[in-house]
Design a binder for this molecule. Structure first.
Ligand code: FAD
Length: 509
């Protein structure tokens, strides 16, 4: 490697790759890259540089939690890192006696998935070295990425590198809501960063913003830590996630690629929201064999949380959750459905229906629901919906909330509203630098705009980068279902496949 003007540059940048961010998606990219380089005969002179700020490679944000109460919200059967071997994670768990009685249907602690990812990463690392691919890991923050005729320039710490292709897998951004409270010592902006919930006084009154799976994680962690003060979850419109029952196989009849082709005239026109809603309505009603009372299902939550939770737990225990199996069966086709929708239809879904969709689609494992029901029955937490305002009263050193016409006061406030999608609020200098130059562009529905098939980033002028790919939760505007490992892994494979096609053509030329 030569170092001219401080630029670390090898003889040819073409087979030098960078993976920035080594969470689950970064691991997916790395493994796919190593295997594809080996399979395609591109190992000679190949180098893969990995950049990660955390000590631990492979765990990322979601799976680094050490708490056993933080479960995967997907069954073990859906979390295989090997697309060709769906039972890979199930077997891995079984070999370690970590699989419960539900077998492939088990929801295991997320920390186990982190161990699994790390092992998978280590195996690929060994394979890379055995095949002569040089792998270099850098414990540093990538602060800039820019492309020119030489290749893609990455700045990490004080170093400047040039690569042929770069995969940016930076993960979730912290919430971009309630930023005005971030300097307050009794506000937890992200429970996954810093001291998180551990800083909270066990007798304090706590407000949790949101009622999604992150709020469930917060409630269960507070319980496990012996929190004694009252806790209230605040939401604008939705309630706690529904409860997952046993999954049964469902073959899609309406939400199918054939129907999408027919309705869009082979994808020559885009679908309006009502057309997509109709496909899902038919799928659910045909699958369940009954007409659904949609007004009741979509109504704002009115019953007390103990009542709703008790009912949802009972339905899941009795296997009366076929609706979940039907929604689950749509996972693979949902990105294509999303791609077939008009921009207006997507925007209307995001503003009007996303929260209710998430309540049913991202529902909680039964074990967690039972724990929450115990907590709610003990009066350990309540849910207040129709949140309209949150302010901080400096004199009282407490937060004031208005929800459903009632006033609430809490000493600590936890933001559990999930991923932020407003790039301009991101604290990542990498994102800010690329955004400022127009090397990436915000998607109109939030996050980063990329090409659907190759994950190449879209520049401000609408052109596609030749060499920079973005994969992960922030491509939600394009792929929709990016809060699932499955989708991000599939996208990691697509991005690597696109790069390999370029290498193959270059080799053939
Ligand atoms: C709390 C929580 C629970 C979840 N549970 C599930 C689940 O059960 N099942 C499921 O399928 N999905 C789940 N998800 C969705 C999950 O986000 C995705 O499945 C997937 O794990 C995302 O992985 P990632 O690698 O893209 O992001 P991350 O895990 O966020 O990893 C990104 C990595 O990039 C690093 N990084 C960021 N910026 C830089 C930089 N500039 N330089 C160097 N390194 C950088 C970070 O340190 C981090 O390690 C959950 C998400 C959350 C937040």
């Amino acid at each position: 490697m030569s170092a001219e003007n401080g630029v670390l540059r090898p003889p040819g940048a073409g087979r030098r790759f960078a993976v920035a961010g080594m969470g689950a998606t970064g691991v997916g990219v790395f493994v796919a890259l190593v295997r594809s380089l080996a399979a395609g005969g591109h190992t000679a002179g190949a180098e893969v540089h990995i950049f990660e700020t955390k000590e631990r490679l492979g765990a990322g944000v979601a799976y680094s939690t050490p708490h056993d109460c933080h479960l995967l919200n997907m069954r073990a059967a859906t979390m295989s890192v090997r697309a060709e071997d769906p039972d890979h994670f199930v077997h891995w768990l079984a070999e370690r006696n970590a699989l419960g009685p539900a077998g492939a249907g088990e929801y295991v602690p997320r920390r186990l998935f982190a161990e699994y990812l790390q092992e998978f990463f280590d195996e690929a690392l060994a394979e890379a070295r055995q095949r002569g691919i040089k792998v270099v890991t850098h414990k540093s923050v990538v602060s800039d990425c820019r492309e020119d005729a030489l290749g893609v320039h990455l700045i990490a710490g004080l170093d400047h590198f040039v690569f042929g292709h770069v995969f940016l897998c930076l993960g979730d951004l912290p919430s971009t809501e309630y930023l005005e409270f971030t300097k307050l010592p009794t506000y937890v902006h992200s429970m996954w960063q810093g001291a998180g919930l551990e800083a909270i006084d066990p007798d304090a009154t706590v407000g949790i913003l949101g009622t999604s799976l992150t709020a469930v994680d917060a409630l269960l962690q507070l319980r496990a830590a012996g929190h004694r003060g009252p806790v209230t979850c605040f939401s604008r419109r939705r309630s706690l996630p529904k409860v997952q029952g046993p999954r049964v196989r469902h073959t899609l009849r309406h939400v199918t690629e054939d129907n999408l082709r027919r309705l869009t005239g082979d994808f020559t026109r885009q679908l309006e929201f009502a057309e997509v809603a109709e496909l899902f309505r038919r799928e659910l009603e045909d699958g369940l064999g009954l007409a659904i009372d949609w007004k009741r299902v979509l109504a704002r939550p009115a019953d007390p949380v103990t009542h709703t939770l008790a009912k949802d737990v009972e339905l899941a225990e009795n296997g009366q959750t076929l609706w979940y199996s039907i929604l689950d069966a749509t996972s693979e086709i949902v990105p294509l459905v999303w791609r077939s929708m008009s921009p207006g239809a997507r925007a209307s879904f995001m503003t009007e229906h996303l929260s209710i969709w998430s309540m049913f689609r991202h529902c909680m494992p039964l074990d967690n629901a039972r724990r929450l029901l115990d907590m709610a029955t003990d009066g350990a937490f309540a849910v207040a919906s129709e949140l309209t305002s949150v302010t901080y009263d400096e004199e009282d050193a407490a937060f004031r909330m208005e929800a459903g016409g009632a006033a609430h006061r809490v000493e600590w406030l936890v933001n559990a509203t999930g991923t932020g999608f407003a790039l301009d609020c991101s604290d990542s200098s990498l994102i800010q630098n690329m955004l400022m130059r127009g090397d990436i562009t915000p998607h109109p529905l939030g996050g980063i705009d990329v090409d659907f098939d190759t994950l190449r980033v879209v520049r401000r002028d609408g052109s596609l980068s030749e060499r920079a790919h973005y994969i992960g939760p922030l491509t939600r505007g394009v792929h929709f279902y990016t809060n699932s490992f499955e989708t991000n892994l599939a996208n990691a494979h697509s991005a690597v496949a696109a790069v390999l096609t370029r290498l193959d053509s270059a080799a053939a030329a």
